[in-house]
Structure formats: structure tokens, C-alpha cells
Design a protein around this ligand. Structure first.
Ligand code: FAD
Length: 327
């Protein structure tokens, strides 16, 4: 395909698009170029368009694990929010009356049921859909902000379960040996996930969709569990002030959770500008109202330096820094 063959995509690309409200930290500057593809064809054309222009591509899901630079992002930001279909498959599947995006496919196998979701589908929407259908296995992720693509990329984890534990397949756009974008489907056993890490963090891929293997369960029980998980997050104050969840990964070799390490150094409540180490959970940094991305970054560096200087431990970041940061 030649450049002119997908020039049409330029009509859908906006310039100087504000990103602040698309990041759960509520900080960061604009995207040089921005698109919300409505389908795969548009996503692929956008990727090729960016290649042709030799500009960086940033894929944005729910923006709940990223820190966007105050000066914004040079290049093309692809927001996956419109690629949000969810389909259920299995004997117990029942299409919702209200949702035209849920499609019922009856099969004779009831022992295992499958949910299919596009990358931009909200995790919490899938959780509710599973509860409605009586599909068990997704409930631990109740209340987790973000999308399927982000959860797979990060290998999100909640209450002892990683998203990789329920993945059956993942389909992506990736480049082949000739540098051409191709669609490829991986079965779970061919993907090496680790604690909060995925193979997609090492290779430039656009996660398009995934299927998840679940079990038929009692819908009422699942709904109660989901309520409990959501309630716990509320009690932990996770939604009170803008944040992006845990800033650092835990490390078993350190003997205790990272939040506890930071707290024991007396850093809870420490502030730089409008950014503060959360007083309810020291591995969270919150935006108290007027934080800049730089304030948050400076606080991250302060924690890293203090933990290394006083304990000799090197923390590993969980959140992804987007943009040109001087490390
Ligand atoms: C209140 C709160 C609580 C949280 N609790 C947890 C928790 O319990 N456990 C946990 O693991 N995390 C938690 N998080 C962090 C975050 O919600 C998860 O990591 C989530 O899975 C990120 O999804 P997202 O769609 O927001 O990704 P984004 O933040 O948009 O992106 C994260 C990374 O994934 C990449 N990405 C996104 N979509 C795609 C795609 N389609 N293809 C390729 N790459 C893609 C982005 O480029 C970026 O590098 C929490 C965050 C908040 C704000």
C-alpha cells in the first residue's frame, strides 16, 4: 500500500489534542496527532500513516497506568476507546437487552465459557457482563480502571490473579520481518507473561482483541464478590484523588510490599508541588489538584533515591512514562 492509499485517514486525525483528561492522573500536555479509530481498518491505516511520516506512535487505553509529559507527546496517539466490543460464547450466554454490543453465540460446551473483547473494552464492563451471564474468573478485576489492551500489556493483577491467568488468545498487529504490519493471533501458552510484565512490553505491537476462558458459575454469588472487591477499593480511597494505581512493582526479594517500604521510611504524605505520596497507600502518588506531570515525576525520583540511599534497594517502576523524560 502506498502513502496516498491511506491518506484518507488524515481526515480523522486531529492535531494538538489535549490528553490531560484522558489520563487518570489528570496531568500532561497535548498529542501532536490524535485519533480514535472506529475499527481495525482505521487503526491499521493510522499505524501505516505514522510509519510513513516517521513519527512515534503511542497507544492509549484508559490512561490509568501512564504519566504523560507536561509538554505532551510528539507523534500520533491512538486512543482505543471505540474498539470496545464484547462478545460472549458458551451455553450459559445470554445477550443483554440493553447492549447492542453483546452478541450471543450458543455452543454445546457449558464447562468452559469464553468472553471475547476488543482492546478498548473497559475491564469493569466485562466484569459486569460476566456477572450477568454467570461467567466466573473475571471478578477479581472488579473496579480495575482501564481497558483490555492496557490490562494485557501491563499483565494487570488483582487479589492474587493476573490477567494472563484467564487469557486464551490475544490478537495483535505487529510488524513482520519485512517491516509490514500483519495481524497475528497468539495462544496463551505461546506468550511468556511474568509478574506485571507481558511480552508486548518488549515488542512494538498493537493489541487488538483477546479471548478469556472462564467457568460457568452462580450469577448471584459472583455479583456479591464483585460488590466486595469494589467496596474494598473504595475503602482504600483509590478513587478519591486522581492517581494511576501503584507507581512501583512489588519485589518478593525485598521481603515486604513496596508501599510498606516507602511508608517505613516516613515518606507518606510527602509533597512536591501538587503531587503527594498518598496517606492511605504509600505506593500511590495522588494529584491533590494542581499537580504537573513534573511534580509527580520528581516525587517518583525522590522515592527511588531515598529507597536506594537508605536501604540499598532499587525499585522497579510499574507506571509507564510517556513522552521525552530526562532520566
Ligand atoms: C485507582 C487505580 C487502581 C488500580 N489498581 C490496579 C490493580 O489493582 N492492579 C493493577 O495491575 N493495576 C492497577 N491499576 C493500574 C491500571 O489500572 C492497570 O495497569 C490497567 O490495566 C491499565 O489499563 P489502561 O487501559 O488504563 O492502560 P493505559 O494506562 O492506557 O496504558 C498502559 C500501557 O499499556 C499500553 N497499551 C494500552 N492499550 C494497548 C493496546 N491496545 N495495545 C498495545 N499497548 C497498549 C500503553 O501504551 C501503555 O504503555 C490501577 C490504577 C488506578 C488508577
Amino acid at each position: 500500500m502506498k502513502y496516498k492509499d491511506y491518506l484518507w485517514i488524515e481526515n480523522l486525525i486531529q492535531q494538538n489534542f489535549p490528553l490531560k483528561e484522558l489520563s487518570t492522573y489528570r496531568v500532561g500536555g497535548p498529542a501532536e496527532y490524535y485519533i480514535e479509530p472506529a475499527d481495525e481498518e482505521q487503526a491499521l491505516a493510522a499505524l501505516k500513516w505514522a510509519d510513513e511520516k516517521k513519527i512515534e506512535v503511542y497507544i492509549l487505553g484508559g490512561g490509568s497506568n501512564v504519566l504523560i509529559h507536561d509538554e505532551g507527546l510528539k507523534g500520533l496517539v491512538i486512543n482505543t476507546k471505540r474498539l470496545n466490543k464484547i462478545l460472549s460464547q458458551g451455553k450459559k450466554a445470554q445477550a443483554s437487552k440493553n447492549s447492542n454490543k453483546v452478541i450471543k453465540k450458543e455452543t454445546s460446551v457449558a464447562e468452559e465459557v469464553t468472553i471475547f473483547a476488543q482492546c478498548g473494552a473497559q475491564i469493569d464492563r466485562i466484569v459486569d457482563k460476566c456477572a450477568e451471564l454467570g461467567y466466573g474468573g473475571f471478578e477479581e478485576f472488579a473496579g480495575l480502571p482501564g481497558t483490555v489492551g492496557g490490562a494485557i500489556f501491563m499483565n494487570a493483577r488483582a487479589y492474587g490473579k493476573s490477567i494472563a491467568d484467564i487469557i486464551e488468545t490475544v490478537r495483535v498487529f505487529k510488524k513482520n520481518a519485512n517491516g509490514r504490519w500483519i495481524s497475528k493471533t497468539y495462544r496463551r501458552e505461546c506468550l511468556s507473561f511474568g509478574y506485571k510484565s507481558s511480552p508486548f512490553q518488549k515488542e512494538r505491537t498493537f493489541i487488538l482483541e483477546a479471548t478469556f476462558k472462564l467457568k460457568p458459575v452462580n450469577s448471584g454469588k459472583i455479583k456479591n464478590l464483585i460488590e466486595e472487591y469494589r467496596q474494598k477499593r473504595k475503602e482504600l480511597g483509590q478513587y478519591v484523588l486522581p492517581n494511576a494505581g501503584c507507581v512501583f512493582k512489588n519485589n518478593r526479594n525485598f521481603g515486604k510490599p513496596t508501599g510498606m517500604i516507602i511508608e517505613e521510611l516516613g515518606l507518606k504524605g510527602k509533597k512536591i508541588g501538587g503531587a503527594e505520596i498518598f496517606n492511605k497507600h504509600a505506593n500511590f502518588i495522588v494529584n491533590t489538584g494542581n499537580a504537573t506531570a513534573q511534580d509527580i515525576y520528581n516525587l517518583i525520583r525522590l522515592i527511588e533515591n531515598e529507597v536506594e540511599r537508605r536501604l540499598g534497594l532499587k525499585l522497579e517502576r510499574e507506571i509507564r512514562l510517556l513522552g521525552k523524560w530526562e532520566e
